[in-house]
Design a protein around this ligand. Structure first.
Ligand SMILES: [Zn+2]
Length: 344
């Protein structure tokens, strides 16, 4: 990051050094048709109590991923200072303009926040939010949890994930947090392009980082929210922010790895999608995952999409209409353990 960047235009109405519970806003100045001298108001809660680590909990990085938004709105309204050791910073809707619009991307500038890092104080609103996180909030934290799900276009099995990192201690600490989260799946995640992700911005500062995918379809369910609520609490217990016992699922944890881009099956056709496998189903290489029908005529056989590897279906396209380049399904490899093979 260049030292020449001006300070962020965002100001906080909370005092990050104060003790106790504060509810406030991150205020980003904007000037738009409906508000000439206005501000984007990003809700934030800070709960601090004495010495201890700082955890940064975020949702709404994408505005249509409601599991994290809902869970963090609940936590922000209920977490008490006496229950915390250290500091918990909660931002339920990082990209508030996107969340208000019920969309993945910002209604102000179309920005996808999780493709906007490290951000720019002189960029559009989305880039300015990214910059504030990169230079103000992330440096304050020791551990960070970012809650995603499939949004309107994907449905994803519930998992917490870490990434392969050059720093093996950092990778191990992050993976331990992903396992402690207690979702049905733990994942070593391969990103199609990690360059501009929040994940990369946090990890590049040496922080312990856990990301999640917890359902999707642009809604939430009692099941997905129960997993999210429990996972957030487990995360805080694991890293010493709150006291308590980890609550883990009854079923044994399924470890999944995404070694490379062949996990992603993407459409080369536009049409009507018929998924022939369900989330969580085991498949073998060559198995038919989906058929895509030409909607402009009858009498044409569908195009078949097949698994390019053995594994478990961990994500699927949610809407039944599919376009060129859309991810239809993701097949991840089931592994015994995600710990590094010491011989490697
Ligand atoms: Zn997301």
């Amino acid at each position: 990051m260049s030292a020449a960047l001006r300070p962020s235009p965002i100001s906080a109405t909370v005092d990050f050094d104060a003790q106790g519970v504060q509810h406030g806003f991150l205020k980003l100045p904007i000037s738009i048709d409906t508000s000439a001298w206005g501000a984007v108001m990003i809700p934030i809660t800070v709960v601090a109590n004495g010495e201890g680590p700082t955890a940064l909990l975020t949702g709404g990085n994408h505005g249509d991923e409601y599991e994290g938004i809902t869970s963090l709105m609940k936590l922000a309204s209920t977490l008490e200072a006496k229950d915390v050791r250290g500091r918990v910073i909660i931002v339920p809707m990082m990209n508030t303009p996107a969340a208000e619009a019920g969309k993945r991307t910002s209604s102000l500038d179309g920005g996808n926040l999780n493709r906007s890092f490290p951000g720019d104080p002189d960029g559009g609103p989305t880039s300015q939010i990214a910059d504030y996180f990169s230079r103000v909030l992330v440096p304050m934290c020791d551990v960070a949890l970012d809650l995603h799900s499939g949004g309107r276009t994907l449905d994803i099995v519930p998992f917490a994930a870490a990434h392969r990192l050059d720093d093996l201690d950092q990778e191990g600490a992050s993976l331990a947090g992903a396992v402690a989260f207690g979702a049905p799946y733990a994942m070593m995640m391969f990103e199609l392009d990690a360059t501009k992700l929040y994940d990369t911005a946090v990890e590049s500062q040496g922080k312990t980082f856990v990301t999640t995918e917890l359902g999707g379809g642009g809604t939430s369910t009692p099941q997905s929210l129960a997993i999210t609520d429990r996972g957030v609490r487990n995360f805080l217990i694991h890293y010493g922010l709150i006291e308590g016992e980890l609550e883990l699922p009854d079923q044994p944890l399924i470890n999944v790895d995404m070694p490379d881009a062949s996990c992603y099956v993407q459409s080369e056709h536009t049409g009507l999608l018929e998924l022939t496998v369900s989330l969580g189903e085991m498949v073998e290489v060559g198995d038919v995952l989906a058929r895509v029908y030409d909607m402009t005529r009858t009498g044409v056989p569908p195009v078949e999409y097949r698994a390019e590897r053995d594994g478990v279906v961990i994500a699927r396209r949610f809407p039944a209409k599919v376009g060129m380049g859309d991810t239809i399904a993701v097949v991840a490899e089931v592994v015994e353990s995600l710990e590094r093979d010491p011989a490697r």
